[in-house]
Design a binder for this molecule. Structure first.
Ligand SMILES: [Zn+2]
Length: 548
């Protein structure tokens, strides 16, 4: 038998169109077949037009883009890149939009190396690389340009007619389908990442914006006739911790064994995040803008609350153990845990979060400024390699999923591993409080909040980053807690019982953090909105700036 690797350009385009429409869109078809609700003949005809139209649209696209010059290279590139996207969309129910592309573009080697697993490589080779190699050996018969154009035009017109007619006939159903499934267009492989990548670069190479100072009159003002206490505000930004698995939030497992043993923790119920991924949420936490006005990427060009507190005279230190601060810490002193490379907690490109506490007591002792803000950015519960986030001695819930290829693990193992990361974070916070307790003469407040939540297999969804409006609660409800020492409560004139009631009632969001931090640091700014400061109702004395 002899294989003749020769086809007409038309056949090739149709085959490629079919391969992309069906094989490369597993995630869309799973969604499609799962959501058939109406079992009527009319609906089946409508659904059949969707199937045909998806195929026609890919075929149309390849008809426009693949010509005698460069068809092999382009096809091979599409096949391999789409195979990569198909894997993540299908395995983890991920949707590819500009935020996801931003995550991919801004990922670090360390993060990426955890996603590239054996199974992933195998998938890409079988569904992307092998077909691409096949294409390289293929001979496609392209007619002379005019003839080729003519025959393509016939196809294009025919296909457009079918698409137009079918959408026209079922217009109401198509409209309803689109409205009910707002993100469905982001599921179409190849188109989704091509368009999102374009959006990403378009924005990146947009005109360089001048840096915006939001308030150049910020100043620190102490309560009149106050002591000479030094203030230390500590903000710990967690990573991927979800409220649903927090013992302090009522989760039946002991995921907060350390903090729940204390009676001085304020846990804020029903706290919601600004976004569903780090690059969106992290700058938003510190931004003056509320969620609805917040613009992603503005952090590099705009003052945030950390900058403002620094401008008011605070000493600021940002200690980073995650994948970077996304522009928030660009203008303040920063320490990278991987660069410090503490041999006790770091190995190669990675450090356990305990590294953030290493030497911290001495650092606090030697702080030069009278008032200080310290930010710790945790690695927390960052997936998929949850098991790498904690030392072996924190493997409290077993069996754990000790691989980044979490599809090999049962859901129970995944949840066990994830819960272990929460226990470790709980330990970090508890140890941090122990360090802070060594400075009773300072006014100290600690705020911990996670940047976004995580899906752990609910409705087949994993990880995070789902478009906000449709994201499940697990990705948006985050733990937030605070601790104050007695000196802070006394000299900041805060009523702890009132704060406890407020925290229990909860319902705060990342929007409150900007104003609450200005309140706690007693930094006077025109941007401060007391209505968004969580503790306004619990101040026994109004803030000094309000007094004058
Ligand atoms: Zn994150």
């Amino acid at each position: 038998m002899r294989f003749d690797f020769k086809v007409s350009s038309k056949t090739f385009i149709i085959l490629l169109g079919a391969y992309f429409a069906f094989m490369m869109n597993l995630s869309f078809w799973r969604f499609f077949f799962k959501n058939i609700e109406e079992h009527s003949l009319m609906n089946y005809v409508f659904l059949t037009t969707i199937i045909i139209n998806v195929f026609l649209i890919y075929t149309l696209f390849f008809n426009l883009i693949l010509w005698k010059k460069g068809w092999k290279v382009l096809s091979a590139f599409f096949l391999i890149s789409a195979a990569c996207a198909n894997y993540f969309m299908y395995q983890f129910n991920i949707i590819i939009d500009k935020f996801m592309v931003r995550n991919v573009m801004e990922t670090t080697y360390r993060e990426a190396s955890e996603l590239v697993t054996g199974r992933y490589v195998f998938w890409v080779i079988i569904t992307g690389v092998l077909p691409a190699v096949l294409v390289c050996f293929l001979k496609a018969d392209f007619k002379p340009f005019k003839q080729e154009l003519k025959s393509r035009l016939k196809f294009v017109i025919g296909a457009l007619l079918f698409v137009g007619l079918s959408v026209g006939v079922f217009f109401e159903r198509y409209k309803e389908f689109g409205q009910n499934n707002e993100n469905v267009h982001r599921m179409f492989n190849l188109f989704n990442y091509t368009y999102s990548t374009y959006q990403y670069f378009h924005k990146l190479h947009g005109k360089v914006r001048p840096f915006r100072i939001l308030d150049n009159t910020v100043a620190w003002e102490d309560f009149p006739n106050n002591d000479s206490n030094h203030t230390l505000i500590v903000v710990v930004v967690g990573e991927t911790a979800r409220a649903a698995n927090y013992q302090l939030n009522g989760y039946p497992r002991e995921t907060n064994p350390y903090l729940s043993a204390r009676n001085d923790i304020l846990y804020f119920n029903k706290t919601t995040s600004c976004g569903t991924d780090t690059s969106y949420s992290l700058p938003c936490i510190f931004s003056a803008d509320a969620r609805e006005n917040y613009e992603q990427g503005a952090a590099k060009y705009e003052q945030n609350v950390v900058d403002m507190i620094q401008s008011a005279g605070y000493g600021v230190l940002w200690r980073e153990n995650n994948e970077g601060c996304k522009g928030v810490c660009d203008r303040v002193p920063t320490e990278l845990m991987v660069s410090l490379n503490d041999p006790e907690f770091c190995f190669g490109l990675y450090c356990h979060d305990e590294a953030l506490l290493s030497g911290l007591e001495d650092k606090i002792k030697n702080m030069n400024a009278r008032n200080n803000l310290l930010v710790l950015h945790l690695m927390g519960s960052h997936g998929p390699a949850y098991y790498k986030r904690y030392p072996k001695r924190f493997e409290k819930f077993t069996p754990a999923c000790n691989t980044a290829d979490i599809q090999y693990c049962t859901r129970e193992e995944i949840v066990n591993t994830y819960d272990n990361t929460l226990v470790y974070t709980d330990f970090i916070l508890s140890e941090l409080i122990k360090i802070l307790e060594k400075f009773p003469q300072k006014e100290i407040a600690l705020l911990y909040v996670s940047d976004h939540g995580e899906s752990l297999g609910e409705s087949g969804m994993y990880f995070h980053g789902y478009p906000y409006n449709e994201a499940p609660a697990e990705q948006k409800e985050v733990p937030m807690l605070m601790w104050f020492n007695k000196t802070a409560l006394k000299y900041d004139h805060l009523d702890f019982a009132c704060m406890k009631r407020l925290a229990q009632k909860g319902g705060f969001s990342h929007d409150n953090i900007f104003h609450t931090l200005l309140g706690l640091t007693e930094v006077d700014s025109t941007l401060y909105n007391p209505k968004l400061d969580m503790f306004t109702p619990c101040r026994l004395k109004p803030l000094p700036a309000v007094l004058d």
